[in-house]
Design a protein around this ligand. Structure first.
Ligand SMILES: [Zn+2]
Ligand SMILES: [Zn+2]
Length: 214
């Protein structure tokens, strides 16, 4: 190797090192953050102000029994921009987008309301739903509007667990008494007894929600 070649190589190496340092400086390495594929583990219960206080307390206590890492937030009015005037109800998808933005980093927000909520389902542009949750994601909502009037709290809690299951990444389940069963437009909450073995194993493999005792 001649001196000229060696000097050229040293110069080139120095240039690459400088570029590397510049790239690192401009684009510093960032550890992967918990994002869409690994949803947040901790829960905030967000009651909307139409839910009676006692009902909020009952749902909070029941969910806390399943997962002690849950916090109760102060009630908020339903956001006006989610109102869907043609059907006199709120769009659940708009509420989810609103809630998702409010959710604290690393936490999942579950909202409860007594108001009717709807979403687009297949060919139905505005379909009334009991609940809706990102699968996976950091927000879900459950409405009591379509629940039994005599058994409301028990049903409400089961649907909360269904939607929280979605936020952990669980899809619908074929097992008839599993919390993750697809209601397919009906209220089947009384038939649900818990997460089936497969769904429970999936949740058990995820950090955060333990759902003990289900
Ligand atoms: Zn579902
Ligand atoms: Zn299941």
């Amino acid at each position: 190797m001649t001196n000229t070649t060696r000097n050229r190589r040293i110069a080139l190496t120095a240039v690459w090192a400088a570029i590397g340092a510049l790239v690192f400086f401009v684009f510093p390495y960032k550890a992967p953050v918990r994002g869409k594929t690994t949803p947040p583990a901790q829960i905030d219960l967000q009651p909307f102000s139409d839910v009676p206080h006692q009902r909020v307390t009952d749902i909070y206590n029941a969910l806390k029994n399943k997962d002690s890492n849950i916090h109760l937030l102060a009630p908020l009015p339903l956001p006006a921009n989610a109102w869907y005037a043609p059907r006199n109800r709120y769009r659940a998808d708009s509420l989810l987008a609103w809630l998702s933005k409010r959710a604290t980093e690393g936490r999942t927000i579950i909202a409860i309301t007594t108001s009717d909520v709807s979403s687009t389902k297949g060919t139905h542009a505005d379909w009334g739903v009991i609940g809706l949750g990102y699968t996976p994601g950091n927000a879900c909502i459950v409405s009591s509007y379509r629940l039994s009037k005599s058994n409301t709290t028990a049903q409400w809690i089961k649907i909360c667990l269904h939607e929280l299951g979605h936020t952990r990444g669980l899809p619908h389940c074929k097992v008839a008494n599993c919390y993750m069963r697809d209601a397919e437009g009906h209220n089947v909450a009384d038939e649900l007894t818990g997460f089936c073995a497969d769904c429970a194993a999936y949740l058990g493999s995820k950090p955060g929600l333990l759902f003990t005792g289900i």
